[in-house]
Structure formats: structure tokens, C-alpha cells
Ligand binder design. Sequence first.
Ligand code: TRP
Length: 379
Amino acid sequence: MGTNDNEESVFTPWEVRGKVDYQRLMKEFGTEPVNEKLLNRIKKHTSGSLHFMLRRGIFFTHRDMNWILDEYEKGNKFYLYTGRGPSDHTHIGHIVPWIFTKWLQEKFKTKFIFQLTDDEKYVFADKLEMEDTYSYALDNALDIIALGFDSKNTEILIDTDNAKTFYKIALPVAKRITYSTVKSSFGFDNSMNIGGIFYTSIQAVPAILESVRQGKNIPCLIPHAIDQDPHFRLARDVLPKLGYYKPANIQCKFVPALSGPDGKMSSSNPNETIFVTDDPKSIKKKINKYAFSGGRDTVSEHREKGGDPDIDVSFQWLKILFEPDDAKLNKIEEEYRSGEMLSGELKAILIEKMVKFLEDHQDAREKAKDKLDDFLVKD
Ligand code: TRP
């Protein structure tokens, strides 16, 4: 779905292979484009400014954003929910929706619930034991804290630490989803273990957790990457049957892997991926050695014909994450397209930006170790 029609294409919340066609996904999933009208509406509440991920179409599609804003304007404030399956250290693709969520939290002064699905990663990954997924959950929590979320307004919930709360809320959801729906929504075959079949009901829980706690319906907005959509399509179908609002979504594109511009970064190949814990030397080495380039084969050809930023992974990473300044990004784009800037020079700009970003992040991550207790919520 939403990928090229070749045998290599897979698109599920657990695996994305092949070229991703975002316009087609939007059609197949039935989501709305983030258009000028919506952006102008958001601006009214954000002192006229828009996050660069909105300006640049990184967050490109949504469901019910207008309803979220209608309710907000009536004084019925939403809360934010997103999450992470802790199967490894965090990589730079994961933090894109989190950075955007932080901006939303600041602008709309909302509560934020972050779910760490150690249970999910345990049932879906062959090689991980529960101790592994739990320790990655604690590790990944540091990245959320390091990004600077407000501890008074942010909760981090590791699923297995909240089993009692989650199970009770998940059961009525699970009761209303059939095996055949789950099979077709996620592409499971009969070999899927029954933990995997049940799991989606757990991911629905934080979308109504505030409503359950407060005993009244509270709108929920979920910023997330487009691959998680099947979970929330199911949640939107089931939750109204239980008397709750449908959660709204705003969805982003993927950060491409180093090897090419069309797909999704994955932890399974460390040479394709930059982890937020990588040191400057390995960042430099990976980018110089593996980053797919839109440059030409020879310098003279490049000077003559120019590079192609649209397929150049280094440029894409600057655009998605590491160069928030539009004027600077545009200048890089022009110079690269005209041939004035060489591929090596573009990579050097990215390396410098990234090293600075990740060094700051790693410092904040160290400090976050003392703050874990302010964020973690347990049964
Ligand atoms: N299933 C997600 C993953 O594998 C984790 C997750 C849980 C999540 N709840 C979420 C992601 C809400 C986005 C939004 O990473």
C-alpha cells in the first residue's frame, strides 16, 4: 500500500520497505491534506508563526484538525499523545514528531502523554526479551526529557509499568475489534502471535486516558508518522462506540535512510541510520561514506549541470530536521542546484549542524537521568 508496485514493497507499522508515495497513502488512508487554510487557522493560535515542519510540508496530512481547533476555540482544550516502541536507541527519525509535539505543547499549553510500548516491542521482535525492551524504554524516555518538555504538563508511561490501568481500558476496545479486522488492517497472517493481535487495543488507550481519568470527554490530538495510521483508524472506529471522541491526528513523512531518499530510516542497519547517541566521529564517517547524494559523478559535470537536492539525503535531512532557518536552507538549495555547491560541501554543512544538535542533545540526555522520576507515571 502506498508504495511502488513491486514485490519488495511493504508498508505496515512494523515494516516499511520500498519507495513511499505519500500522496497515494493519503488517498488510501482517507486523510486530509494540511493545506493553506488549515495553516492559516493554526497561525491564529501560535502568534502568527508556524513550525518549519508545517511550512515545509513534513506534517502533510491530518484527520479532524479543524474539529480540534473548533473545540479549542470554544474553550475545550485538547491534550497531545504520541509514543515510541522501545526496540533500540532512538534514531533521528523518531525525534521528528516529538520536536513538533513540543512546539504544539508550548503554543497551545496542553498536557502531553507519551507512551513507551515495551510490550509491543517484546511481542513483535524475535530477539528482544522483556528486560531489553524495558531498559530501552527507560533509555528512550531520556530523549523525550532531553528535548525539553515541560515536566508539569508531560507524562511518560511505560506500558508494563501501567498494566493495571492499561488492561482495564484496553479490554472494551479489544472486545470490539475482530481478528479479521486486525488481519486486514495490519497485514497479519495466521502465524502472528496472539500478543500481536491484541496489541492495537493498548495503543488506543492513551487516546482516551484523560477522558477516563476526568470522567468527561477530552479531545486528543496525536502527532505521528504516517505508518501508525492503521492503529488510529481502528481506534477512531471503536472509541465512539464506547462513548468517547475520535482522536484527531496530524501525520508526518519519514526521515529517509542514509542510502536513499524514498523510504524510512530503520534501526536494523546501523550504517543507514544515525542514532541520537552516536559520537561526532561516527556521524561524520557515516554521512561521508553512506549518504545518498544528488550530486554528479564528476566535479566538472556537477558545476555544469548542478546537483539535485530533491533526491539528496543530506539536503533532505537539513530540510526535515537540522536547518530550521528558511533563508539558510533556500540558499543551500539554490547553490546546490546551480552546481556552485558540491556534494562534499553540502555534507560538511549537514555534519556540522548535526554534530552540534546531537552534542547538545547528549548533554541534555545526561541531565535527564536525574529527572526521570518527574516524568514517569506508574500504576
Ligand atoms: N507503535 C509505535 C512504534 O512502534 C509506538 C506508539 C505507541 C506510538 N503509541 C503511539 C507512535 C502513538 C505514535 C503515536 O513506534
